[in-house]
Design a protein around this ligand. Structure first.
Ligand code: WT7
Length: 680
């Protein structure tokens, strides 16, 4: 497939243009009422976490956790960029999220599970019930599956209470979970199974989405076949029933391989499993994410550093108190859900809402009905969801008696107009908002205002959080001064406990992609020489707030979900008629960005709707419905440079209704007008 570095600039240009539209916005202040109860109001925190206090300042993070053996070394940075946090310590994540709360909070709700059908009752799972269910499942995983610390297990589960239960049961044993977003296809799940070498797949028979009960078990069968094609065998598929005691999927069980968890659990009733205490830097989970190549990267997160990081940021940036009812409307299949539905809130003994459905189904009042009835006071969602709720029900929030003290937005840049609706209408002017910028790789928030300290500025994430020291470099590695107004590549100067440890089975790619670009000396043993490259463009205003402009690599952020253009192109190339494929991001009112897919066919083949549909179907079956292209545009030839590279910049301009600029240096400038006609 052709490489084309100019595709980066296509993304830069359109994002930067959006950003230029955004004037410097006026500040909004948190209310005195919020500040009076906030966990963090002391501006001295930034002094406590200044670079000269690094790394010892992070003791404060670790001290939010229970350690079975306290650690000795805060940071071992002797082998950059493979950082080891809280070395010498031993810890168990499940103990920290469940067992340690029993003394004070056993009868408090840990998880409110809200099924999509409004006719079904909400399930309120107390910490004691969570403890019982996690233990029984851990016993099953250990004794029936033979799983032990360090083994990997792939989960392909929807948004149900059984998902955090399964994650915590794995964590209790030290088994590394790798949850794959339920919307991903069976094939996408299969390639993650084989990459992580999971012998066990845990799934659910069915789940509700947008009014339909979807058969999910069928994807497990496809996943196992896909893994086998990679030469990897799955021994057991464990299937949760969406309705215990009942089968909700028409897909048959495979004898000897498939087991219904709900039936088998009876054998383990009442069993208890001691949490397995592991070194702080043992892996807790893998989370696959998209990058520049077609192969997803398994980001490996540690137990101690990760849990300390999400717990501290949940407490001080999300302002979670144990008595709060907290609802993050993300999916646990993404990092947001791992960090800020499961591990962070539960480590703080909060009540965390798990919602099965789609926010706008059956209508855009649904989230506010849930918030009202559960008395949710902290709400967390993405700009895509906010845009969809605003479009479908701009006045809906005013009809309900919910009151949020705090709201989070995450995953994409938020337009100031959308931010203001979120503040005025959803938050009723009472809620403080944090716009949190971070990534799968970073474990938790990097930039955000501290809600009890900083004023908010619509469209800007804010400064680095305490302990995070961002810097913007230009392409030559020169630091852009604060308030320069120039866009550059945002990096983090220092390691932090939540950072991923490596890419599973690919440490070289980890070094190359995240640390090589601005490394001052590859032989250096000094962490100061190893800034972390986030892969986003950003500008920093004079007040120190960062505004994130979007990805600088071949990644498209669709509805806050990260898709690799190469993954989509590879899926298109599986269709035998296709010889070339190029994906470009198109601005979308709701989803932020959507992919347009340009393809050229084998000589002699005519374009047809049938071929276009086949290509679209291939993308959905290889990756999942979230990657479905807006349009498949069959072109006679791709615009190319004289050296034969596809000019994605030109295609992106056409898709976005912009002027492709000077194309006279192309090898085939005449094709541009033809493509313009086809893309209409
Ligand atoms: C990419 C990471 C962070 C969890 C969800 C996404 C974009 C993330 C913001 C924000 C503007 C943002 C970046 C980043 N992004 N948060 N507040 N403002 N852009 O995790 O799938 O790893 O995606 O999402 O481009 O690199 P992810």
């Amino acid at each position: 497939m052709s490489e084309d570095n100019s595709s980066r600039h296509a993304v830069d240009v359109s994002e930067a243009q959006i950003a230029v539209h955004w004037r410097e916005e006026a500040y909004f202040s948190p209310s005195n009422r919020f500040i009076a109860q906030a966990n963090l109001t002391d501006p001295g925190v930034f002094e406590r976490f200044s670079l000269d206090k690094f790394p010892e300042c992070f003791k404060e993070f670790a001290d939010l956790l229970d350690w079975s053996k306290y650690w000795e070394t805060t940071l071992d940075a002797s082998n950059p960029p493979f950082w080891r946090w809280f070395v010498g310590g031993r810890i168990n994540a499940c103990h920290n999220c469940v067992d340690r709360h029993l003394a004070k909070h056993k009868n408090k709700t840990a998880i409110h599970f809200v099924p999509e059908p409004e006719s079904e009752a909400v399930q309120h799972l107390t910490y004691q019930e969570l403890f019982v269910r996690v233990n029984e499942l851990a016993a099953l995983l250990r004794d029936f599956c033979g799983l032990k610390a360090g083994d990997r297990v792939t989960l392909h589960m929807p948004m149900v209470a059984e998902l955090p239960i399964t994650m915590l049961a794995c964590a209790r044993l030290g088994v590394i979970h790798s949850q794959v977003f339920s919307g991903f296809s069976g094939k996408a799940c299969g390639s993650r199974i084989s990459d992580s070498e999971s012998r066990v797949l845990i799934t659910m028979d069915a789940y509700h989405r947008a009014g339909q009960l979807l058969d999910h078990k069928e994807k497990a069968d496809i996943a196992v076949v896909a893994a086998a094609e990679d030469g990897h065998r799955v021994d057991k598929v464990l299937i949760w029933q969406r309705y215990p005691g009942k089968t909700s999927s028409p897909t048959k069980l495979v004898p000897g391989r498939d087991v219904v968890i709900n039936e088998l659990l009876a054998t383990y009733r009442g069993q208890r499993v001691d949490p397995v205490q592991l070194p702080a830097e043992a892996p807790l989970f893998l989370m696959y994410t998209s990058g520049t190549t077609g192969r997803p990267k398994g980001c490996q997160h540690s137990i101690g550093g990760y849990l300390a990081y999400v717990t501290w940021t949940s407490k001080y940036i999300q302002d979670i108190h144990p008595e709060d009812v907290y609802w993050c409307m993300a999916d646990i299949g993404w990092i947001t859900g791992h960090s800020y539905i499961v591990y962070g809130p539960l480590a703080l003994a909060a009540s965390s809402v798990v919602f099965e459905g789609v926010p706008t189904h059956p209508d855009a009042g649904r989230p506010w009905r849930i918030a009202e009835s559960l008395d949710v006071n902290i709400f967390h969602t993405s700009p895509t969801a906010i845009r969809a709720l605003r479009r479908n029900g701009p006045d809906e929030p005013t009809k309900y008696q919910h009151h949020f003290k705090h709201m989070t937005t995450v995953g994409e840049p938020i337009e100031p107009e959308v931010w203001k609706w979120y503040h005025r209408v959803v938050g009723k002017g009472e809620a403080v908002i944090v716009d949190t910028w971070w990534q799968t790789e970073t474990g938790g928030f990097l930039c955000s205002t501290v809600p009890g300290i900083h004023p908010m500025k619509p469209g800007s994430a804010g400064p680095g959080i305490p302990g995070i020291h961002p810097v913007i470099y230009d392409d030559e590695g020169v630091e852009l001064p604060i308030g320069s107004g120039r866009a550059g590549n945002i990096c983090i100067r220092n390691p932090w406990p939540g950072a991923f440890q490596t890419i599973w089975k690919d440490p070289e790619r980890y070094v190359r992609q995240y640390y090589a670009r601005y490394c001052r000396d590859p032989n250096s043993k000094d962490w100061r020489d190893w800034p972390y490259l986030a892969g986003d463009g950003a500008v920093q205003a004079a007040d120190g707030y960062y505004r994130i402009l979007g990805r600088i690599d071949d990644v498209i952020n669709v509805a806050g979900h990260r898709l690799g253009t190469k993954e989509i192109e590879s899926a298109a190339l599986l269709v035998p008629e296709v010889v070339e494929a190029a994906v470009v991001p198109v601005a979308d009112e709701i989803k932020g960005k959507v992919p347009d897919l340009y393809v050229s066919l084998k000589p002699g083949l005519a374009a047809s709707a049938e071929i276009a549909n086949k290509i679209s179907a291939s993308v959905v079956s290889e990756i999942g419905a979230i990657a479905r292209p807006r349009h498949v545009i069959i072109v006679p030839d791709m615009p190319k440079t004289r050296s034969g590279k596809i000019m994605r910049r030109v295609l992106a301009a056409i898709s976005n209704g912009q002027d492709p600029g000077d194309v006279s240096t192309l090898a085939n400038p005449e094709v541009v007008d033809t493509i313009k006609g086809l893309a209409k």
